[in-house]
Every structure is written in C-alpha cells, then in structure tokens.
Design a protein around this ligand. Structure first.
Ligand SMILES: [Zn+2]
Ligand SMILES: [Zn+2]
Length: 270
C-alpha cells in the first residue's frame, strides 16, 4: 500500500491577499488533519527576492509530519475577464507576458501548470493553452461554491482529454479567509511527505479529491447520480449567490460598508 497524504490545494496567505500568515495557515489546516499544503499566492505581489523568502518560509515550516509546497497564481487580465494560471511547486519567481509562455516557464521551473476556475467568456484565451496545460481546476470551492462544481469545467476537461488524455482535473480550496469553507481534501499518493514526491504524485494523477464522503477523480469522470445532483445544486447555488450579491448591491452602489453579518454570509457563499 503506498502512502497517502491529505492535502489542500490552491491557498493564499498574507504574502498576497489572504488573511492568515503561512504559520497560521499551517495551524488552521493541521487542526483539521491535513498533512500538506500546495500553495498558490498571487504572483502580482511577488518579486524574485520576496519569492525566495516565501519558498524559504515554506521549507522552514515543513517538518517530518507536515509539508508546505510553494507555488504561485498568475493573473492575465483580458477585456472578457481575468484568466488565472496556477504554477504549483515552483520555488522561483519568473513572469511571462503570455499564458502559453508562462506554462513553458512553469514547466522549466519544475512545476505543474493548472488553469484555475475556468470562466466561459475566456474560452478563446484558454484555447491556445490546451496544448500544454497539465490540468484544469474542476472544482474550486470558493469560486464555484461548496455545493457543486461548474459542469462546464468538466466539459472543458473532457474536450482537452480527447486530444491529450494526460491532462488532469484538479480540486482547489482557493483559501483566503479563516472562516472560509475548507472541506475539500486531496489525497496524494506519494512515497514520502516531501515536495518532489508530492508533486510527482500530482503530475501523474496519483490523487483523488474527497469531500464529505464523496470521491472525485482526476480523470473528471462522474457517476450519473453525481452529475444529476451537481446539476440541481449548481442551480441552487446560482440562486443563492444572486440573492446574496443582490442584498449587497445597494450598499456597494451607495459606497456604504456592507454590514458585518451580510459580509459574513457573503464570504460563506462566494
Ligand atoms: Zn484565481
Ligand atoms: Zn486563488
């Protein structure tokens, strides 16, 4: 039996726009039985020196029973929206003007390149990346909500896998706030709890996600029951989101602070 380690993927700290420091993040997830964190602070807040310090902090906070793997999330703003690309497992800061070039650089730095929370209006921008991406985020529990993934993510993965079956579906928490939902765990099979070993497990698809007893695989397959339940829940989530966003609207329009109670609900929903 190979070892399996409980990981959380796609995480932000005070190095970018997260609420917790790396130390606090480790304590927060360790309390819930997680053994590794695959980081993705926003690249826009980094430079080579800061990245070096970030990677060194990740190493310093790793120990026999806990491992923190550094990584970055690169944003590419387009008129139709912002395209986000995750570079998991990179220790160095480098930035390219084009997402396709960035994927090459992530590979050169030994990382895994994953498209974060796909957004349909960006499809024409995503198209050139299909030839070299390692993965697509199927379920981001912040962006898609905790109830169900967006099914268009599954369609996109299926399309890409018809040409490149090695492309994998990923599952991320996109953690920013202490009160945020963090019930998505990714179990990685690896010989050791160490960055190279965990990254090899992610790269080769030796992992699965587990959420409240449900198991989700990196090949993006769904049972008919899962698909039907996701369709129902996705609709419910959209309604719920619309209500919360609608309730915040008047405050935002009048530039008034959103009441704390409403903010707390919005943070749970969004
Ligand atoms: Zn993002
Ligand atoms: Zn993110």
């Amino acid at each position: 039996m190979p070892n399996r380690f409980k990981a959380a993927l796609h995480l932000h700290t005070t190095y970018s726009d997260g609420e917790l420091t790396l130390e606090e993040l480790k304590a927060h997830f360790q309390k819930q039985g997680f053994q590794c964190l695959i980081m993705s602070d926003h690249a826009e807040t980094m430079n080579p020196e800061r990245m070096e310090e970030y990677a060194a902090r990740c190493r310093a906070l790793s120990e026999e029973r806990f491992c923190i793997v550094p990584g970055l999330e690169f944003a590419y703003p387009f008129e139709s929206g912002s395209l986000h690309l995750l570079g998991y497992g990179i220790n160095e800061y480098q930035r390219e003007e084009e997402p396709v070039k960035m994927i090459e650089t992530i590979h050169r730095l030994g990382g895994v390149a994953v498209l974060a929370h796909p957004y349909p209006p960006l499809m024409s921008r995503i198209a050139p990346m299909k030839g070299s991406l390692d993965g697509i985020e199927l379920w981001n529990t912040k962006y898609n909500g905790r109830l169900a993934p967006a099914l268009w993510n599954y369609q996109l993965l299926q399309e890409v896998r018809e040409l490149r079956p090695e492309v994998l579906g990923f599952y991320g928490t996109d953690f920013h706030w202490e009160t945020q939902y963090a019930g998505m765990a990714v179990w990685i099979e690896a010989p050791q709890l160490a960055p190279a070993s965990l990254m090899a497990g992610l790269r080769s698809g030796r992992f699965y996600a587990e959420k409240e007893g449900m198991r989700l695989t990196p090949d993006g397959s769904l049972t008919p029951d899962q698909k039907a339940s996701f369709e129902r829940r996705e609709w419910l989530y959209r309604m719920w989101r619309k209500t919360v966003v609608g309730a915040r609207g008047p405050f935002k329009a009048l530039r008034l602070p959103v009441p704390r109670r409403l903010k707390a609900i919005a943070r749970k929903v969004l």
